[in-house]
Design a protein around this ligand. Structure first.
Ligand SMILES: Cc1ncc(COP(=O)(O)O)c(C=O)c1O
Length: 395
């Protein structure tokens, strides 16, 4: 048996007919940019998440950058975030010119430790980016309370956590803005890059819609008037078929991006969205079976946040003997992955921030012990039992 971390080929086979016909339809319609599938997907996913606006962008990293920009975060500002995450979370803060201020994590949930946030707040702090790491929601009550007391924005990095909940409420609705990734390996992944920003705030939604398309057109003008607090001008009226030529595109009001979800990716995501609950339940069932079977071994099991619904983007174990276990699993053709070997404060790219080894003991501890074992919704019982038995034998 050969078990990969994720089996996207098997998933495609299950939805092959639907995907193929809907992709072919995109070619027939020839509306390649922000067509009907993008519009419908945004509507369907906003209903699923329960947010007022779901605005698609080109990838999860752009979602973070555009979210930060829409809040006016720029050079001179500070943003507090977790030290233990995928690089893009902190990279986006740097990209808009602000300073990432790292915070250590909880050893059990692997998420930002809310009890350490307050001491990092200065008069330059503008926002907190919390990451629902591996699909496990952060302790949002505490984070939102701190943010409220200090007048800070809360951005959820929900790239790994679509369909996760905290106290019965979906991630993506728990802060001011949330960012998602549809990278192929994500719980809702497309067949290329994709991302999304959600918010309930009308003004932020207008600014985000403008920023993703060069700050142009009607949204650009509205965003300009919101940001600068000025009256809207009268616009040239767009008439006729706008598919190929839209005159409003050539009026630019903000320095933005070209960051759009592709029409073909939206068509694929619409199909996969219909299966998301089933995919999530399968991930949770397999994870709970793993935990039940392995909880009495020397391996440390993942912890679900109290009041939260973990969607197990990754199934992360901890061990003192990580390398040895990974090596032995490899011999048995079971794939593993290490998420993440280098915490943010030790990434070379952040040398200029002046952090050193020892600054965030929990993140460092986790980075030396965590590893992921295969988990995907289409995993069968035989594969699961093979992994469990192999691990039991090894440890
Ligand atoms: C926590 C987190 N934030 C942001 C991103 C960036 O998303 P993308 O790869 O779509 O740019 C990822 C994706 O890998 C992620 O895991």
């Amino acid at each position: 048996m050969n078990i990969p971390l994720l089996n996207l080929k098997r998933q495609y086979k299950n939805i092959e007919k639907e995907v193929n016909s809907s992709v072919l339809e995109c070619f027939e319609n020839a509306q390649y940019i922000m067509g009907e599938n993008v519009k419908q997907f945004e509507k369907e996913i906003s209903e699923k998440i329960g947010c007022k606006y779901a605005i698609t962008v080109a990838n999860g990293t752009d979602a973070l950058i555009i979210a930060l920009k829409s809040l006016g975060i720029k050079e001179g500002d500070e943003v507090i975030t977790t030290d233990y995450t995928f690089f893009a979370t902190a990279e986006a803060i740097r990209f808009v010119g602000a300073k990432p201020v790292f915070c250590d994590v909880e050893l059990d949930t692997c998420n930002i430790d809310p009890s350490q946030i307050e001491e990092k707040i200065t008069d330059k702090t503008k926002a907190i980016i919390c990451v629902h790491l591996f699909g496990n929601p952060c302790k949002m009550d505490k984070i939102n309370e701190i943010a409220k007391n200090h007048n800070l924005f809360v951005i959820e990095d929900a790239a790994q956590a679509i369909n996760s909940q905290y106290k019965g409420q979906n991630v993506g609705t728990l802060g001011d803005i949330a960012c998602f990734s549809f990278f192929p390996t994500k719980n809702l992944g497309c067949y290329g890059d994709g991302g999304m920003i959600t918010t309930n705030n009308d003004d932020l939604a207008t600014i985000i819609k403008a920023l993703k398309v060069h700050g142009s057109g009607e949204n650009g003008m509205k965003a300009y008037s919101i940001i600068n607090n000025v009256e809207m001008e009268k616009m040239e009226v767009s008439t006729g078929d706008n598919t190929v030529y839209n005159p409003l595109k050539y009026y630019n009001y903000l320095i933005g991006h070209n960051s759009r979800l592709d029409e073909i990716q939206a068509a694929i995501l619409r199909i996969k969205l219909k299966h998301l609950d089933e995919y999530t339940e399968n991930r949770r069932n397999i994870s709970h079976k793993y935990i039940e079977a392995l909880k009495d071994t020397s391996l440390v099991m993942p912890t679900e946040t109290e009041g939260g619904k973990h969607v197990f983007h990754l199934f992360i174990l901890q061990s003192d003997n990580r390398e040895e276990i990974e090596e032995k699993l490899k011999e048995k053709n079971i794939a593993t992955g290490t998420y993440y070997k280098v915490p943010m404060h030790l990434q070379k790219a952040f040398n200029d921030l002046g952090y050193k080894k020892g600054d965030f003991p929990n993140a460092e501890y986790l980075s030396e012990r965590t590893f992921a074992i295969p988990l995907f919704p289409e995993m069968n019982d035989e594969e699961r039992e093979y992994i469990i038995n192999s691990l039991k034998e090894i440890v």
